[in-house]
Design a protein around this ligand. Structure first.
Ligand code: NAD
Ligand code: IPM
Ligand code: MN
Length: 350
């Protein structure tokens, strides 16, 4: 395509800082070939404090008209009592993921050459987590009774549908089939969560039959955290539910050099709605406004976006630029500002 029309939601905290750099790289990577139209949407905790609104129907309808969404991060500082915890996350971020049916939450984990891992023996780490994005305990099917009393009961019910599990498992196998090692690992906890766990396991078995070239295995999520720290090189494609995938991908980010490098795509594989690309990290209130955030995760999310909108060459150019910048970091004391890292990557896009 030679034009793309994107919604940009910078959000809160470091969100606008990293998105500014991601946009610079996006412009450079598409320069001279693709017309890029960007529309900013001011949404998030700050917007709610100013207006009392999280996401109104008109804004949601407008966002749906774009080809894709670039998202920074939203959310208040944990100690900020003016904003109810979960309000912005549920009513903005999760509302977008659910309404736009982002059933594949794709989170690659790759240890680039030269990047220091906190692991003493990291080995070759190059896997992707295919996290289910529309179901599980995230759906908000729960409630609280007798709140504040000693008889309070709080429930969060995990929803797993045959349709929802099958489409994400099929996506994981299809991705594995395109990769060198062609291996899918289902991560769940079917020794305890027998209802959902067995649905996932049966689904993997039946989808696996359609992909004879792809091997598959299974790991309980607690054991997966062991192997992700002792032998992460064993993973190729991990498929898992929404909550396990959330937790595992922060860990995956940490072992591959830090959450400042971890990118993600919330993808509607049916392409009936715009997909949304965002760093895995949050608004990082502890470093916000100081140009201390690493914009690389947001920039790598732009690469995922470009790939999705049919610009694989531009995507590769961004990835190569990031890889080149990252590889040189071992020698830097990395005191660079957010903008300095962004500018360095822009200058490497060829
Ligand atoms: P966080 O990811 O914002 O921060 C965790 C730690 O990682 C902090 O020390 C932070 O400084 C550091 N960090 C994060 N991104 C970084 C970057 N690019 N460069 C360097 N360091 C970075 O997680 P949190 O503190 O648990 O959450 C803060 C807020 O963000 C909460 O309101 C939470 O709900 C929200 N959140 C939003 C998203 C999102 O918008 N997708 C994701 C996670 C958390
Ligand atoms: C992430 C975040 C979100 C999630 C929150 C902020 C709703 O942690 O994108 O990983 O749990 O999915
Ligand atoms: Mn998370």
């Amino acid at each position: 395509s030679n034009s793309i029309d994107l919604a940009v939601i910078p959000g809160d905290g470091i969100g606008p800082e990293v998105v500014a750099e991601a946009v610079k790289v996006l412009r450079r990577a598409t320069e001279g070939g693709v017309e890029v139209k960007l529309t900013d949407y001011d949404l998030g905790a700050s917007h709610w404090l100013e207006t009392g609104e999280v996401l109104n129907d008109d804004t949601l309808a407008a966002i749906r008209q774009h080809d894709a969404i670039l998202f920074g991060a939203v959310g208040a500082a944990p100690g900020d009592t003016r904003i109810p915890s979960g309000l912005i996350e549920r009513e903005l971020l999760l509302k977008l993921r659910f309404t736009l049916d982002h059933f594949v939450n794709l989170r690659p984990a790759k240890l680039y050459p030269g990047v220091p891992s906190p692991l003493s023996h990291p080995g070759d780490i190059d896997f992707v987590v295919v996290r289910e994005g529309t179901e599980g305990p995230y759906v908000g099917n729960g409630g609280a009774l007798r709140v504040g009393t000693e008889h309070e009961i709080a429930t969060e019910v995990s929803i797993n549908t045959a349709h929802g599990v099958e489409r994400v498992v099929r996506d994981a196998f299809a991705r594995a089939a395109e990769r060198e090692r062609k291996k899918v690992t289902l991560v769940h906890k079917h020794n305890v969560l027998v209802n959902a766990g067995h649905l996932w396991r049966r689904t993997v078995e039946s989808v696996a039959a359609e992909f004879p070239e792809v091997s598959h295995d299974y790991m309980h999520v607690d054991a997966a955290t062991i192997f992700m720290t002792t032998d992460p090189g064993r993973f190729d494609v991990i498929v898992t539910d929404n909550l396990f995938g959330d937790i595992l991908t922060d860990l995956a980010g940490a072992v591959t050099g830090g959450i400042g490098l971890a990118a993600s795509g919330n993808i509607n594989m049916d392409r009936t709605e715009p997909s949304m690309f965002e760093p895995v990290h949050g608004s990082a209130p502890d470093i916000a406004g100081q140009q201390k955030a690493d914009p690389t995760a947001a920039i790598l999310s732009v690469a995922l976006l470009l790939e999705h909108v049919g610009l694989p060459e531009a995507a590769r150019a961004v990835e190569r630029a990031v890889e080149e910048d990252i590889t040189s970091r071992a020698e830097l004391t990395d005191e660079r500002s957010t903008a300095e890292i962004g500018d360095a990557i822009v200058s490497l896009v060829a």
